[in-house]
Ligand binder design. Structure first.
Ligand code: ADP
Ligand code: ADP
Ligand code: MG
Length: 656
């Protein structure tokens, strides 16, 4: 049987890269697609060819079936791999592929439709005898009927959007009197997010685990289980750490899970890769939903089975038989995956955007695999999913895997945007996670332990950043903050470097040369010099040698101290915008901006050149400095205020 010779990957990010890698290994020509936001993205570089499909918004590009099919036709692709998310579970898209004579690499359209609605799939599963969470998924969904069903189920109940996915559209209702209000909100939310307001109810389990079974079926009647995964470590009902096999699952329980999952798949005549998700509490498991696609966390299954699921998808879609039987499959060791996301756990997991200023991913080995969709310098835009990369390890047993994940997470360096890397490290280091004591409530329960407050930079980190800033001030450096009062090679005058990090400011005085300097931070003084290569920097002080990664990307300096990235903005008082600094007493905002820091108070005596306040506009720091020696008479606006161009901010007292 000959496989495809050309495929189109209708996705982006790490999964598009991962699919392209298998295509390349199999000698299949791959065609990537990209939006305006992804012209320079990693997935575009990985494929043999790339085609433009529209503007940045997913609705205008990655979700445009017509653009994707046209790109496939124009490039001569015989098949489309949809990845996950986007159109991967869209039956209409699968139908349009079929109409165009292109193979949709996924299950039959009937199976997508049958499992597409959580409510309808439950009706089917109940009939087939697959165990369900106690709940209600019938057709009478007005408030009065649902109130009766909720009372029968028993509070707390969980409202789910029948068309929901990606952890969205779920609401827990603790007591009957809150139900009506929550139903109204859930309907509104679901309609907005999924274009469908149908809801269902489930008994809300208080400490469950998410256990899912990877299914693979071919067109020749074979439906196999590739064992289970545990995906209980979640935030916002979305997985961030997954493992296989699931800890503590006995052979007997595994056999029952397998049986239920295969029954679910057979009930909808499933073909290809699919996942049957169960929720389990007190050793009893219930069907939640089936995802009719490749799952984000499929690599842990690949690690323990030695299989390439994307290769199997290609083979099955081309009509081949699965090359093994259930009896051939064995669980080899243990695998864990951590999802690195562009989001800030400390700000309620708010997605972060920006540019990846520094990236150093550990190299793949036989037991470590990084599935990444990013490159250094890439922009993280607000248009797509926050998933950046996955760190996957394979161990001889769970503790071995955990040890390796720990090392890999510590070796992973990323700077420029907020990520959940610190949280992942915190989870992996937690004793309860190591001891297999966890359920879906793990993250909120251990929040204080797994997300320690951001550490203040050490003196060594500050010294390294300041020395790098000074070293970078070459005479011909065109950056605005370099045009300072030049570094005096032998001079005794200290050079003051002001570093901003968030709302904090640090002032570091350096005397001497960058390679032989005295560093003063507050009242602490030590000798320090920095040696730098492209990849590493060492700071030599009186008492120690510290190894860092230092990146200068003016006006930002990044110091990575064993995986923890500190980002500083170098604030050069002499580089402030061309306000008329000699204008005397009335200091005005040079452009519309936000005041990020107020450094003085009325009555303060200030020296010429001293920073009075810092403005921020277009992600740039603009210090406003004293035009002359004097005393602050009045401060007209406060930190956090938005100010208009030309607005007066500070008044100096008239000269005596
Ligand atoms: P998995 O079970 O494979 O982890 P997820 O539920 O986390 O899958 O979703 C896989 C991907 O698809 C994620 O990128 C997620 O954000 C996205 N996704 C899933 N369902 C939807 C949906 N209905 N709308 C938008 N994005 C979705
Ligand atoms: P999605 O389509 O968004 O993936 P799921 O139905 O698969 O939605 O549920 C996602 C997550 O929500 C589960 O992994 C689990 O953590 C939580 N969850 C779902 N159903 C229940 C329930 N009945 N009780 C408690 N938690 C649940
Ligand atoms: Mg799910």
């Amino acid at each position: 049987m000959t496989n495809f010779s050309r495929i189109l990957i209708a996705n982006r990010g790490e999964i598009a890269c991962r699919i392209a890698a298998t295509a390349k290994r199999m000698g299949i020509y791959s065609v990537a697609v990209f939006s305006d936001a992804d012209r320079h993205a990693r997935h575009v570089q990985m494929a043999d060819e790339a085609r433009y499909i529209g503007p940045a918004r997913a609705a205008d590009s990655y979700l445009r079936a017509d653009h994707l099919i046209r790109a496939a036709q124009e490039s001569g692709a015989q098949a489309i791999h949809p990845g996950y998310g986007f159109l991967s579970e869209n039956a209409d898209f699968a139908q349009r592929c079929a109409d165009a004579g292109i193979v949709f690499i996924g299950p039959p359209i009937g199976a997508i439709r049958a499992m597409g609605s959580k409510a309808e799939s439950k009706t089917l599963m109940a009939r087939a005898g697959v165990p369900l969470v106690p709940g209600w998924h019938g057709s009478d969904t007005d408030d009065a009927a649902l109130a009766i069903h909720a009372a029968a189920i028993g509070y707390p109940v969980l409202i789910k959007a029948s068309a929901g996915g990606g952890g969205r559209g779920m609401r827990v209702v603790q007591q009957a009197c809150d139900l009506a209000e929550q139903l109204t909100a859930a309907r509104r939310e679901s309609l907005a997010a999924f274009g469908d307001s149908r809801l269902l109810l489930e008994k809300y389990l208080d400490a469950p685990r998410h256990i899912e079974v990877q299914i693979f079926a071919d067109h020749h009647g074979n439906t196999l289980s590739l064992f289970e995964r545990d995906c209980s470590i979640q935030r916002r009902h979305q997985k961030i750490i997954e493992e296989a096999p699931a800890p503590g699952i006995t052979a007997a329980l595994r056999a029952k899970l397998t049986e239920a999952a295969i029954l679910a798949a057979r009930t909808v005549s499933y073909v290809g890769a699919g996942t049957v998700e169960f929720i389990m509490q007190d050793g009893i498991f219930y069907f939640m939903e089936m995802n009719t696609r490749l799952q984000v966390e499929h690599p842990v299954t690949e690690m323990i089975t030695g299989l390439d699921l994307v290769e199997l998808q290609f083979r099955v879609a081309a009509g081949e038989k699965l090359p093994f039987t259930q009896a051939d499959l064995r669980i080899d060791g243990h695998a864990i995956e951590a999802r690195l996301c562009a989001e800030d756990p400390a700000r309620d997991f708010m997605p972060s955007i920006g540019r990846i200023r520094h990236l150093r991913e550990p190299a793949n080995t036989a037991t470590l695999r990084i599935d990444s969709g990013i490159t250094e310098g890439a922009a993280i835009t607000p248009f797509y999913d926050p998933l950046l990369a996955k760190i996957i390890v394979h161990g001889t047993d769970r503790l071995d895997a955990l040890r390796q994940l720990h090392i890999a997470l510590n070796d992973y360096e990323i700077g420029g945007i907020a990520t959940n890397l610190g949280l992942l490290r915190g989870i992996v280091s937690h004793a309860d996670f190591a001891a297999e004591r966890f359920d879906t409530g793990f993250i909120p329960r251990h929040w204080a332990d797994i997300l320690p407050p951001a550490a203040a930079p050490s003196d060594a980190v500050l010294a390294a950043a300041a020395l790098a800033a000074v070293a970078d001030t070459a005479p011909c450096d065109p950056s605005p903050w370099a045009v300072g009062d030049g570094f005096r090679i032998q001079g005794a005058a200290p050079r003051l470097v002001t570093l901003g990090a968030g709302d904090a400011f640090f002032e570091i005085a350096i005397t001497g040369t960058p390679t032989q300097a005295i560093v003063r931070i507050d009242d602490r003084e030590f000798s320090g010099y920095l040696t730098q290569t492209a990849s590493a920097a060492s700071l030599y002080t009186d008492t120690a040698i510290h190894h860092f990664t230092v990146r200068v990307d003016a006006p930002v300096i990044m110091v990575i101290d064993h995986g923890v990235a500190y980002e500083f903005r170098v604030i050069d008082p002499m580089a402030s915008l061309a306000v008329d600094q000699t204008a005397g007493s009335h200091l005005k905002a040079p452009i519309p901006a936000r005041i990020t820091a107020l450094r003085v108070s009325p009555g303060d005596v200030v020296a010429k050149g001293q920073i009075l306040l810092v403005l921020e506009a277009m992600k740039m720091e603009i210090p406003l400095t004293a035009p002359r020696d004097g005393t602050i008479a009045e401060i007209l606006r406060g930190a956090g205020d938005m100010v208009a161009e030309g607005e007066e901010l500070v008044t100096l007292a008239a000269e005596a």
